[in-house]
Ligand binder design. Structure first.
Ligand SMILES: Nc1nc2c(c(=O)[nH]1)N[C@H]1C(S)=C(S)[C@@H](COP(=O)(O)O)O[C@H]1N2
Ligand SMILES: [Mo]
Length: 352
């Protein structure tokens, strides 16, 4: 953060807000507190004329209205979504894009029609390898005019928890989260969950549009192909304890018993545990991890009782998952500043 951010980055940050970290206290994020990331403009959609088209390499192409979708059996998933760019501001050297600190995350109770039965209904033909999802929002990126579009391998698209979601937290999607319909792919970084869905196309080859071929890949150099991003890397965040100083957001805590709490998640495997450090990462202790009562795809609450002694402290939290992944202490660098899941550090002044 030392060099500061540009007016162009502020322009993006003002459009795409994060989750205020104190909102980690809610199991399910109130919709207005969920982070937001929109590459182009938020479209206005008239549901009387809107249809979802399903075509491409299928036997019986389908054009379906919102009422038809709502009449199908509904599936509900509580799912934590995180932007692949979360943590970008902490990588060095600086990467110019949406300047996320750590707050590009939220948990929704998403409800919609499962995608797999629809794909079965249209009849995916032999030779299909991917499913493409196209939004209604248009823009220019990398000098290419495009609609926002991303694909999924056919196997992932057929998972029974992949939804065409029309509700979040018990109400219709608000415009900014993809009204009237969005894809929801639990466990994958947010770019996968295409908002303002208009078309689903079954493809006989991997999609090579901008958001797949160029964006959302781990690259050490601009010219290289790199690896595509997919599942959310393990991370824990804490609610900043005590009270903030208005401008700097520096935390002030009263000496004595102080409960540190937060959430932990991983798209790769179940969260196995969370460690807390109150001395900047010199020593670590086990936090108490709550059971996954919200289901596999939701974050899990953790807590740690800290006896805060007067002075300056640096608090850290670090999660690990059942696949053996642990958060790194240092931020990994790549061209896009993606998937930086380095541990959170919170400076705290403890007063008498
Ligand atoms: N159509 C469309 N879908 C999109 C995007 C977009 O710009 N356009 N942004 C993606 C990205 S990068 C993220 S992180 C998530 C954010 O979803 P949210 O704004 O509902 O939190 O939506 C994804 N789906
Ligand atoms: Mo994102």
């Amino acid at each position: 953060m030392s060099e500061g951010i540009s007016l162009e980055e502020l322009q993006l940050a003002a459009r795409n807000h994060g989750l205020p970290l104190e909102a980690l206290r809610w199991d399910v994020t109130p919709v207005g507190l969920h982070y937001l990331l929109t590459h182009y403009d938020i479209p206005v959609v008239d549901t009387t004329s809107w249809r979802l088209e399903i075509d491409g390499l299928v036997e019986r192409p389908l054009s379906i209205s919102l009422d038809d979708l709502r009449a199908r059996p509904a599936v509900e998933v509580v799912s934590t979504m995180e932007c692949a760019g979360n943590g970008r501001v902490h990588v060095e050297p600086h990467v110019v894009s949406q300047p996320w600190l750590l707050e590009a995350v939220g948990t929704g109770r998403w409800r919609g029609a499962a995608l797999a039965p629809l794909l079965e209904e249209v009849g995916v033909a032999a030779g299909a390898v991917e499913v493409l999802f196209e939004g209604l929002d248009r823009g220019v990126e990398g000098e290419e005019e495009q609609v926002y579009a991303r694909s999924l391998p056919l196997g992932e698209a057929m998972r029974d928890d992949v939804l065409l979601a029309y509700d979040v937290n018990g109400a219709a999607l608000p415009p900014q989260h993809g009204f009237p319909l969005r894809l929801l792919v639990p466990g994958w970084y947010g770019m996968t969950s295409v908002k303002w869905l208009a078309r689903i196309r079954v493809l006989d080859r991997p999609f090579d549009g901008y958001q797949q071929r160029h964006s959302y890949r781990l690259r050490q150099e601009e010219g290289e192909t790199g690896e595509p991003l997919s599942r959310i890397q393990v991370r824990a965040l804490m609610v900043p304890p005590g009270i903030p100083e208005y401008l700097t957001r520096a935390r002030v805590v009263q000496a004595g018993e102080c409960v540190l709490e937060g959430r932990a998640w991983s798209g790769e495997a179940e969260v196995a545990g969370v460690d807390v450090s109150t001395d900047g990462g010199e020593s670590w202790a086990d936090a108490e991890l709550e059971p996954d009562s919200l289901g596999r795809w939701a974050w899990r609450r953790w807590r740690y009782e800290w006896n805060a002694e007067p002075g300056e402290h640096e608090l850290c939290c670090r999660a690990r998952d059942d696949a053996g992944n642990v958060q790194p202490l240092e931020s990994p660098w790549n061209v896009g500043g993606y998937a930086n899941n380095a541990v959170q550090r919170v400076a705290v002044t403890v007063t008498e």
